[in-house]
Design a protein around this ligand. Structure first.
Ligand SMILES: [Zn+2]
Length: 277
């Protein structure tokens, strides 16, 4: 009996050892790996800068163009259930950065992760650099057109840094952009593609093309953009709901105090009157 208990205890010890040892190993290797990535982090950025490739298409402006399309065109396209063809330059496949942009993981404010190799970066610009250098082969530069080239027609400056905005209007540039804008509308929403296409053609002209003039008056994105149930509105409504009972409570207490005051005042002259008799 005693022997079997001893054997059982020994077995348990063995199982425990087996369970604990690999965990220790893996955690230490994980720690090591973390340390390695930390150590190589700064070195690899330097290395990546050395191996930078040149792409004749602005990633930033392409991103701005995509933002405009997503915000001020796609809601209407989706509403009409219209399928944009690849012939249209606004199609996602015609943006050479689209695949890379979709492989950006914004983990936290200061944490951007590469979706291809899971490497982390402190800012989006470092991830952009990483894409340019490490995943250059994934950039479909040969087939895809540069979306940034459409920025003139799409009013990209309005969604980019306000410092870059031009204040003076150049009539030649405005006319060029208007022409580009109209050709985009014709290409993406051709007249022979049905009623929804012609409605979207009309919308595109009002939304983007009308404002390409130096006479002023017409503003871009006149038809509005994506409707969002923003966090701000949610926060305001929750706060209102929370503060409303408090407000009523204060009003109620105030009224009570007022009533009490009036009653006290009523009592005082009564007491004075009753004294002489
Ligand atoms: Zn990567």
């Amino acid at each position: 009996m005693g022997k079997s208990i001893e054997l059982f205890l020994q077995l348990q010890l063995l199982v425990l050892c087996l369970l604990v040892l690999p965990q220790k190993g893996s955690s230490s290797s994980l720690f090591q790996r973390n340390k390695e990535t930390e150590a190589t982090g700064s070195a690899s950025i330097k290395q990546e800068q050395e191996h930078s490739h040149e792409v004749h298409c602005s990633r930033e402006r392409s991103r701005a163009a995509w933002k405009v399309i997503e915000e001020y065109l796609m809601p209407f396209v989706e509403q009409e259930k219209y399928q944009i063809t690849r012939k249209c330059l606004l199609h996602p496949d015609n943006d050479m950065f689209r695949d890379q942009e979709q492989h950006k993981v914004h983990v936290d404010i200061n944490d951007w992760q590469c979706g291809y190799c899971k490497k982390s970066f402190r800012a989006e610009k470092f991830l952009d650099q990483h894409f340019d250098n490490r995943h250059y082969n994934l950039l479909n530069a040969s087939q895809s057109k540069c979306l940034a080239d459409l920025c003139g027609a799409l009013h990209c400056d309005l969604v980019m840094d306000s410092k870059l905005r031009k204040t003076k209007c150049n009539p030649a540039a405005a006319s060029r952009n208007h022409h580009l804008c109209e050709s985009l509308a014709d290409n993406c929403f051709p007249g022979n593609a049905g009623p929804s296409a012609s409605r979207l053609h009309e919308l595109f002209l009002r939304q983007f093309c009308d404002a390409h003039t130096c006479t002023g008056g017409k503003k871009p994105f006149s038809r509005g953009g994506k409707k969002r149930t923003s966090i701000f509105y949610l926060a305001v409504s929750i706060l209102t709901l929370m503060l409303l009972p408090l407000f009523y409570c204060i009003v109620y207490l105030h009224q009570m105090e007022k009533k009490k005051g009036v009653q006290d005042l009523k009592r005082i002259p009564n007491r004075n009157k009753s004294k002489p008799s």
